[in-house]
Design a binder for this molecule. Structure first.
Ligand code: G
Ligand code: G
Ligand code: MN
Ligand code: NA
Length: 254
């Protein structure tokens, strides 16, 4: 069986799962949201990390169907948390270039959030910087449609895509996520620190929230806090965890 047909069958057999990684408000330490990250629970070999199959989903176009599943699952989990009276958090879902360009995408999102206004106001879509800049005119239409539904938009892996600043200012987005490569370099010299500081100032001057990815050390955390970064995400606080663990460890009854 080819990997492609295994991945197709995995969707039918409901073998994909979402893990969730907390996002923390740096000033208060409070949990503000979670990022949904897909995994494949292969019944023969165990949990498959996304690096081993997301590229194949992308190449084959299967990412559109699997991505739709991820969006629906994340919204269902969000509703579950609200129904259970758990801590209110935002939920972020990654959307790939193929999905965003898919003509049915906005209708899919509309159908997934349904008439549940709280679902859309609790939802963030993460798109990679290269995707957003790739075809700015085409992205703007989709991003505006998402925001009209009350959904916020984050630019993921920011700093790796050489964005033109004039495009960035025009994009209807709410959040910049600093790529973890910059967080790593932050402690390896003055230049690395200056870069992160500059990204934070840029984000704030554009009235965007800024989130640091891949925070692994207390030193990185305190530097980011001192520089006014809004939120962080990374192994220092938590790895991505299964839903049950997120609920028991991080989402206390409100
Ligand atoms: O934990 P991590 O190894 O989860 O994720 C690896 C990569 O897979 C990340 O770049 C992430 O953006 C991507 N990814 C994880 N879940 C999804 C998803 O639901 N959709 C898309 N398009 N990409 C995802
Ligand atoms: O969507 P995105 O490309 O940002 O996906 C986030 C990726 O980063 C996932 O693969 C996730 O597991 C990974 N990740 C999250 N926090 C950390 C961290 O602190 N260190 C490292 N090395 N990877 C992280
Ligand atoms: Mn992401
Ligand atoms: Na990222």
């Amino acid at each position: 069986l080819t990997l492609e047909s295994q991945l197709r069958r995995a969707l039918e057999r409901q073998e994909y799962v979402l893990h969730y990684q907390p996002k923390i408000h740096l000033a208060t330490g409070q949990l503000t949201g979670v990022e949904a990250l897909i995994r494949w629970q292969n019944p023969r070999t165990g949990l498959v990390p996304p690096g081993d199959f997301i590229p194949v989903l992308e190449e084959t176009g299967l990412i559109c169907e699997v991505g739709r599943w991820a969006l629906q699952q994340a919204i269902a989990d969000h509703l579950r948390w609200r129904t259970m009276g758990l801590t209110a958090v935002r939920i972020a879902v990654n959307v790939s270039a193929l999905q965003l360009r898919d003509r049915g995408f906005i209708a899919q999102v509309q159908a997934a959030v349904g008439v549940d206004a709280l679902a859309s106001s609790g939802l963030e879509i993460e798109i990679t910087e290269s995707l957003a800049m790739d075809n700015v005119a085409a992205s703007i239409g989709s991003l505006l449609a998402l925001r009209a539904m009350g959904i916020t938009v984050a630019i993921d892996d920011f700093g790796t895509g050489f964005s033109s600043l004039s495009y960035l200012a025009k994009l209807p987005v709410d959040t910049l996520k600093i790529d973890r490569a910059f967080v790593i370099d932050m402690t390896s010299g003055a230049q690395g620190l200056a870069l992160v500081s500059t990204i934070i100032e840029l984000a704030h001057s554009l009235k965007l929230k800024v989130v640091a990815e891949g925070v692994e050390t207390a030193q990185q955390q305190s530097l980011l806090r001192a520089m006014g970064c809004d939120e962080m995400q990374g192994y220092l606080f938590s790895r991505p965890v299964p839903r049950e663990l997120l609920e028991s460890q991080f989402l206390a009854p409100a």
